[in-house]
Design a protein around this ligand. Sequence first.
Ligand SMILES: [Zn+2]
Length: 337
Amino acid sequence: MWLPPGTLACPECHAIVYARYLDGVARRAAALEGEQKWPEARGVWQSALQWLPPGTTQAAAVQGRIDTIDARSKAAEDTKAKWVQRLGPLAPVAFFLLKAKTFLLAIFKFKFLLSFVAFFGLYWAVFGWRFGLGITLSVLIHELGHYVAVRRRGLKADLPVFLPGLGAYVRWYAQGMSLATLAEIALAGPAAGLLAAVGCLAVYRGSPVGPTRDLFGALANVGAWINLFNLIPVFGLDGAQATLALTRLQRVLVLVTSAIFGAITRQWVFGFIAVGMALRVAPIWGRDVPGPPSIRSVQPAAWDGMPGRPSSRTMVGYMLLLFALGGVLALAPEMPR
Ligand SMILES: [Zn+2]
């Protein structure tokens, strides 16, 4: 239909005109926030505001972003003023050092290598170098799954950092992305880990009896287990992020699926996934179920003021991962003691 220029909301259907345009603007602003280019991001949000009818949820959400950026720069100014006071004549030198970004970046790459070696060293000491290296590489492949999924969307991500004895993480910047996208990034880790575990399983099945066969069988088993563990939907594990995109019914379906797989494979990790899902279905945690933002619902941090939509793709992906990882776990031998 034709609309007079300057019309912000379609009078017939109240759909917001320029919705597609605004989608692009929001994406651009979020990307700028990800790069910490605060003044630029503020400008883009500000430009979006003129296309939004005042009083709408969208206008309030955009205004919220602008306010957040303003509060942030004020806090930064305050800290800077405090430090100038404290450091006195040394302040310019200190700020010059702070600005040496290339230096900091080099440290971060260094952190990746250093933590990788520390992680490998620990598992080497406990299990020997071959198994230690295999485990470290399969954790690296899991993390690179997240890394690639983030970078593929043109967003920023740091190289993985390993925490010996615990795991690893990739820090990435995707404020303002939809819940479905965040879930895809979360599930990309276990999906990459699955590929690694399937590769190990193939080598195991194709090798004659001997140490190589034992090694790859154990790597397939432990690799599948680690990635299933990451699908437990609590404590910031990958499953926790993915679950944010699931409705309560979808959560119940994943719960039932993992309970069935647990009964078949007798692997307690499925029990943990089921219990975790039960917690995410129960009313205490049920407030993170996606839907339009309302005053009554408490917004989890991951929503970041952006309305989220449930994603059945996420549910299917979750279930396929449980099925495939459970299959590898069942076909690979337990680790020899
Ligand atoms: Zn992960």
